[in-house]
Design a protein around this ligand. Structure first.
Ligand code: NAP
Length: 259
């Protein structure tokens, strides 16, 4: 049977993307917390919108847990028709304040896990295969105090854009959202940052709808929202020293680490 594999399915954007999956899809949900996964599974089952739903608990930063996930899929003869690579960590703080553990966690989750899951589903693809990769507006420019996040999201953007041109029979879409009010700390952050963050902010439901539409239309890139589209274009032409100094001033006073 063919399933849509969704990482970060119990997070803010992950839930909304799962709910935006095509009607009657079979879902294969990933998360770290068993209770949250089974509560979400129950909620989805009671909606009656989807087919079979499998949940699997895995810390995606760990190679052995990713292998266990694909062994489990093989035992059940699972094939994948889509992968929504949503799991990610948006830690923002001075680089010197990282521990080695935190640094590896963020790089592994945002870049390594997304790329490794893609290899796993390509090797177990169904008749069709679509991959959605969640990058960020932070991935289109270097960001002081958000350096690890912006670097890993740039890796996601570059890797999946390359894959779009390499694997012609896999539909690859890179999502580049601005702010999405998911966790409470992100909602507070959007309020604190003022008008530009408010203009950039789009609900998880709005972003998910746009992302899924782009994925099923085989679009290479999706930037949801008019302000974000203009910003995406401006960031291509504003000189790096100007934007980096601006971002450094903004993020220096706005640290966050919810992980
Ligand atoms: N919110 C924004 O403003 C924004 C903007 C641009 C891009 N994004 C990107 O959108 C994605 C979702 O973000 P969100 O706002 O929905 O945040 P979120 O609610 O914190 O979701 C993050 C997800 O990542 C999962 N995760 C964290 N560590 C993991 C690990 N070690 N192994 C497996 N899964 C792990 C979490 O799983 P658990 O449920 O098990 O904790 C959670 O489902 C991220 O990639 C983020 O970078 C967000």
């Amino acid at each position: 049977m063919e399933y849509i594999l969704i990482s970060g399915a119990t997070g803010g954007l992950g839930k909304a993307l799962t709910e935006s999956c095509p009607k009657n899809s079979n879902l294969f949900l990933l998360g770290r917390d068993k209770e949250r996964l089974s509560a979400f599974k129950k909620e989805l089952e009671s909606s009656g919108r989807f087919g079979e739903i499998i949940t699997f608990q895995a810390d995606l930063t760990k190679e052995e847990e990713r292998s266990a996930l694909f062994e489990f899929a093989d035992e059940k003869s699972v094939r994948f028709c889509a992968l929504l690579n949503v799991a990610g960590a948006d830690i923002r703080k001075p680089f010197k304040d990282y521990t080695d553990e935190k640094l590896l966690f963020q790089i592994r989750l945002n870049a390594e896990a997304a790329i490794a899951l893609s290899l796993g589903v390509i090797k177990r693809r169904g008749k069709e295969l679509k991959i959605l990769a969640v990058s960020s507006m932070c991935g289109i420019m270097p960001m002081p105090y958000f350096a690890v996040y912006s670097a890993t999201k740039a890796a996601v953007l570059n890797f999946f854009t390359a894959l779009y041109y390499e694997e012609k029979d896999v539909g690859v879409t890179v999502l580049v959202p601005g702010s999405i009010p998911t966790r409470e700390d992100i909602k507070e952050d959007i309020k604190r940052q003022g008008i530009t963050a408010k203009l950039s902010s789009k609900s998880p439901e709005f972003v998910s709808k746009k992302a899924m539409k782009a994925l099923y239309k085989n679009k290479r890139l999706k930037v949801p929202g008019l302000y974000n589209k203009i910003n995406y274009f401006l960031q291509k032409i504003i000189p790096t020293p100007i934007k980096c100094r601006f971002m450094a001033r903004r993020w220096k006073k706005n640290i966050k680490d919810a992980f």
